[in-house]
Write a protein that binds this ligand. Sequence first.
Ligand SMILES: [Cu+2]
Length: 594
Amino acid sequence: MRDSLPLSRRGVIAGSAFAALTSGLAMPAWARGIHEGTLARKGSDVLSGEHLTMTVAEARFRTGGRVGPAVTVNGTVPGPLLRLKEGQDLTVDLVNNSSEGTSIHWHGLLVPFLMDGVPGITMPAVLPGETFRYRFPIRQAGTYWWHAHTLQEPMGHYGPIVIDPAEPDPVAYDREYVLMLTDWSPMHPHEIIKKLKVADAPFNFNKTTWTDDYPLSRKERLMWARMRMMPTDISDVTGSLYSYLVNGHGPDDGLELGFATGEKIRLRIINGAAMTFFNVRIPGLPMTVIAADGQNVHPVETDEFQIGVAETYDVIIEPDGADAFAFVAEAMDRSGMAVATLVSRPGAKAEVPALRETPLLTMADMGMNHGSGGSAGGSMAGMDHGPAPGSGQGGAAQPMTMSGGMNMRDTSLLPPNVKVGPGLDMVAMNPVDRTDYPGLGLDNVDHRVLTYRQLVAAKPNTDARSPTRLKEIHLTGDMERYMWSFDGKKFSAVSDDPIRFAYNERVRVKLVNDTMMAHPIHLHGHFVELVNGASVGRQPLKHTVVVQPGGSATFDLTANEPGDWAFHCHLIYHMHTGMFQVVTVRPLDGGEGR
Ligand SMILES: [Cu+2]
């Protein structure tokens, strides 16, 4: 192994919380692993230095009128903000005072794979009462985050990471804020999964009915009904269950962020949600995007952007001309929002815009995009919909064929390695590159919106070689059965054949989305270069790539981090129900060849 750090497990009992636990002395309530009663504190404390202790415990969380079970790290939701320095070494003792196995994954960090924190792939889960010691060098700078790679994540087991660069920061600013956006539900994740599996869109209360006032013609309604789908079926879990949080604070908490007029402020925005994409805007203020997924990009001024689950964006703002501005993170399906207020004096109020109308899925989201990518969605009114053969019973397993030669499940379009069976309810007919699409509902707003096409790496990339092979991977699913997969194969740790890359191989990976949902695809341990029209040396580096519905996205990868790496959809219930695979980079010693 190139970075050979000892994998210490048990026996390493240096953490102060563990010492307190064994001695039975007074200790904070959160360290005692109490399941009920202890209310999680909102917001992160800051941890810095070379040796940190992070203690996982169970608690309750309350926001708005909702209260329910939560998981805290060091007593808070989100857990601590790790403020680190590029070039330092880091040791973290993870103490598990909760009643379930746990882990920490360092999202976006380049670490030796045994330090990557994925139970079942790179380490066993850290059991209740155990301590696990992570040790690795910090090889990069930027905005990242950490989270459990278990179902504790959506309950609050996450927090931000900010790494200050070794060299002077190329971006000047007077003040900064870390804004971690999350979705919290009073319902336990196990319960949510059960409901998703047995009911059809249980959390969509925007279901279309014949009497609603969505702008759909009778023909369009018939077509959606025949496909047993809804054009409002945007998010699996919505504001009917979720409270949307900024740094643990719900919209009613009145979170204030101070500014002085004339200041340049850096916002480090992290989407740490389980299932929610957010539309981020500050009405009245432009934002200049300076980093994506922790990596600097050429500055792009915009008015709004959609941030996929697990992505980060850093922006610069210069508040001026008012006492207060609303920072708005609206859930993509418009079922709720997270809000904070930028204030020049305590208590200053900014008008919070109303939730906009729920956007509707279009033909482009079904992969029927005959033009360029982007906003070529349009209406279905012009199509001739005859009786559909699949409209009897069986639904999802039947081909969803419409007259006029439109087949929603034409499996002849798939490469042979994609498994055809239940679990695959749609095949994108014409999956064009959609990196010019700003995200659902943002293609027809009357201000500027960021797209992937605008991202250009600030620094030239190090590997200018052309890829020597193309690997195509299909994102597949069955909405109704709630099965998600790569290439039609649901992940199972026992039988699966990993995706294999040779050490230092330069490969181009094309992700084709055969579903009607956007999937944020995350590769551990590496940055990928998004193929977005930028010159090869300037393709933006990403750790998470959103693949728009019915479309494709492509990245170039230099597989130069040996090990076994998780590769998955970052919507937690998609990952949990099968959209997951292992990427293995061999040989482990980093020698050339296979
Ligand atoms: Cu997904």
